[in-house]
Design a protein around this ligand. Structure first.
Ligand SMILES: [Fe+2]
Length: 442
C-alpha cells in the first residue's frame, strides 16, 4: 500500500506574476490562482447581488452566487432587504432551489424547518424533541446566517463576505456617478428590472470578460463581421430619407474609427473600477424619443434634463462583478464558475415613468449585442475562448499591456484618465487584483 504523503500547498508568488505593464499567463489558466481569487477577491470585495426591484414586494426572494457561495436576496414583511446564505440552519441543505419567487415563509425541502424572509427560525417539526438538549432556538445559529455586509446604492444591492473593508459608497468612488446617471434618466427617479434575463456560459476565465468592457482597440476589428456588414446592408438597402431602424443605430457604431474610440476616453478609479466614454460614446447618436424628452423636461426642467443627457458613457465596470451601460439601461453580471468557465447575465431596466419604447430599445440592444445567439456578442465570446486556448500554450509567458504606459493623466483622488486606445483600464484592474490578492493573504 502506498504511504500517505502530506503535500504542502504550492506556493504562488503573486507579486512576481503581475507587473505594472504586463501579467503572467497563469493568472488566467491556473486553477490554484482561481481558488485564491474566490477567497481574496470574491470573498472580500463588494459583489453585486441584485436590484431592489427584483424583490419589490414582501415575501419575494432571488437566489444568486457570491463566488462559490449560494446566497439569497429577500424582502421581509417590514420591507427590509436581506442577503442571507442559502443554507438551512438544520442539516445544511440549500434552502431555496429555484431562481426567484414569492412566499410567506421559506421551508426547507428536506426536513421542513421554516424560516422568515429575514432569516429568523419560525418552526421545526416535532420541536419538543429538542427540549432539554444543547440546541438553543434563540441562538443566531438557529437562523439563516446573514452575509456579513450588505448595502444598497440607489437600488443596486451589493454584499461582501468580509466583515471589514470600506463602505460601499467609498468603495465605488468615481463610478457611483454612473449609477446616478442611469437612475436620473428615469422621469420618476427610479429603475426597475424588467424584460427578463439572458444567462449564458462563456468558455473562459472571468477576467477576459471584464477586461473587454473597456477595451476600445477591439470593436473595429472583431466586430467587422457583424457591424460592418450591417452598415453595408443599410447603405445598400435602406431609403436614406427614411428614419434609421433602431437595430442599425445600435450595431453600426461598433465599427467606428480608432479616432472615435480614442475620443471617448477612459476614466479609471481605485479598486479596479472604470468607465469609457463620457461626453460621447457608441450610444450618443440614438434617435430622440419626443414623448420621453417631454416627460423628462417636466420632471427635471430643461437645464437639468440637458445636463443628465450630456453624460454619455459606454461601459462602467464595478470590479469584479458587474458592468452597466447607463445610456441604454442594461447591466451585465459576472459569475465565475471555474478557471475557464464563467456565467454572464444580461439584464435590462425600465426607467420608471418613461415610455415603454425605451425598455424595448434596451431589450433590442441586449438581443443584438449581448446575446450569445445573435450578432455582436459571439464575436467577443469567440475571442475570449481563443485567449483561453492561446494562453494555455507554453509559447510565451507574458501578456502585453504596454500601450500608452506612463502617459496617463492623474486627475487626483484615485481618478486617472487616458485616451480610449490606452491599456490603462487593464493595468488599473490588475493593480486592484494584486492588492486584493496580497492583502487577502494576511
Ligand atoms: Fe466587443
Amino acid at each position: 500500500m502506498a504511504a500517505l504523503v502530506e503535500t504542502k500547498p504550492r506556493a504562488i508568488d503573486i507579486g512576481a506574476l503581475v507587473e505594472p505593464d504586463r501579467v503572467h499567463r497563469s493568472l488566467y489558466t491556473d486553477p490554484a490562482i482561481f481558488d485564491l481569487e474566490m477567497q481574496r477577491i470574491w470573498g472580500r470585495a463588494w459583489i453585486f447581488i441584485g436590484h431592489e426591484s427584483q424583490v419589490a414586494e414582501p415575501g419575494q426572494y432571488y437566489s444568486t452566487m457570491i463566488g462559490r457561495q449560494s446566497v439569497l436576496l429577500t424582502r421581509d414583511a417590514d420591507r427590509r432587504v436581506h442577503v442571507l446564505f442559502n443554507r438551512c440552519a438544520h442539516k445544511g441543505a440549500q434552502l431555496v432551489g429555484d431562481r426567484c419567487g414569492k412566499a410567506k415563509e421559506l421551508r426547507c425541502a428536506y426536513h421542513g424547518w421554516r424560516f422568515d424572509l429575514d432569516g429568523g427560525l419560525l418552526g421545526i417539526p416535532l420541536e419538543q424533541g429538542y427540549d432539554g438538549t444543547r440546541f438553543d432556538r434563540t441562538s443566531p445559529e438557529a437562523n439563516l446566517a446573514p452575509v456579513p455586509r450588505v448595502a444598497s446604492y440607489r437600488g443596486f444591492v451589493f454584499a461582501s463576505l468580509s466583515a471589514d473593508g470600506p463602505d460601499l459608497q467609498n468603495w465605488l468612488g468615481g463610478v457611483a456617478s454612473s449609477i446616478d446617471n442611469m437612475v436620473d434618466r428615469a422621469p420618476e427617479h427610479e429603475l426597475e428590472i424588467a424584460g427578463g434575463v439572458m444567462r449564458y456560459e462563456h468558455d473562459c476565465n472571468w477576467k477576459f470578460f471584464i477586461e473587454n468592457l473597456n477595451d476600445m482597440m477591439h470593436p473595429m476589428v472583431v466586430h467587422q463581421s457583424s457591424s460592418l456588414t450591417a452598415r453595408l446592408i443599410a447603405k445598400k438597402e435602406l431609403d436614406p430619407a427614411a428614419p434609421t431602424p433602431a437595430a442599425i443605430e445600435i450595431i453600426s457604431p461598433f465599427t467606428e474609427s480608432y479616432a472615435f474610440f480614442d475620443e471617448m476616453g477612459l476614466h479609471c478609479f481605485d479598486n479596479g473600477h472604470s468607465y469609457s466614454g463620457g461626453k460621447t460614446s457608441i450610444h450618443a447618436k440614438y434617435s430622440d424619443i419626443p414623448e420621453y424628452n417631454a416627460l423628462m423636461e417636466k420632471a427635471y426642467g430643461k437645464e437639468r434634463f440637458a445636463e443628465i443627457m450630456s453624460v454619455n458613457r459606454h461601459n462602467t465596470v464595478f470590479y469584479p462583478s458587474a458592468t452597466i451601460k447607463g445610456a441604454i439601461q442594461t447591466m451585465r453580471v459576472v459569475k465565475p464558475v471555474a478557471v475557464d468557465r464563467t456565467v454572464i447575465e444580461s439584464w435590462t431596466f425600465r426607467l420608471k415613468g418613461a415610455p415603454e419604447e425605451l425598455l424595448r430599445r434596451s431589450i433590442l440592444y441586449c438581443n443584438l449585442i449581448n446575446s450569445s445567439a445573435n450578432l455582436v456578442g459571439p464575436d467577443d465570446q469567440e475571442s475570449y475562448r481563443r485567449q483561453q486556448v492561446g494562453l494555455e500554450t507554453q509559447g510565451l509567458d507574458w501578456i502585453a499591456m504596454h500601450r500608452d504606459f506612463g502617459r496617463d493623466e492623474d486627475l487626483g483622488g484615485g481618478h486617472t484618465y487616458a485616451k480610449g486606445s490606452s491599456d490603462l483600464s487593464f493595468r488599473n484592474q490588475w493593480r486592484a487584483w494584486k492588492r486584493y490578492m496580497i492583502e487577502g493573504a494576511r
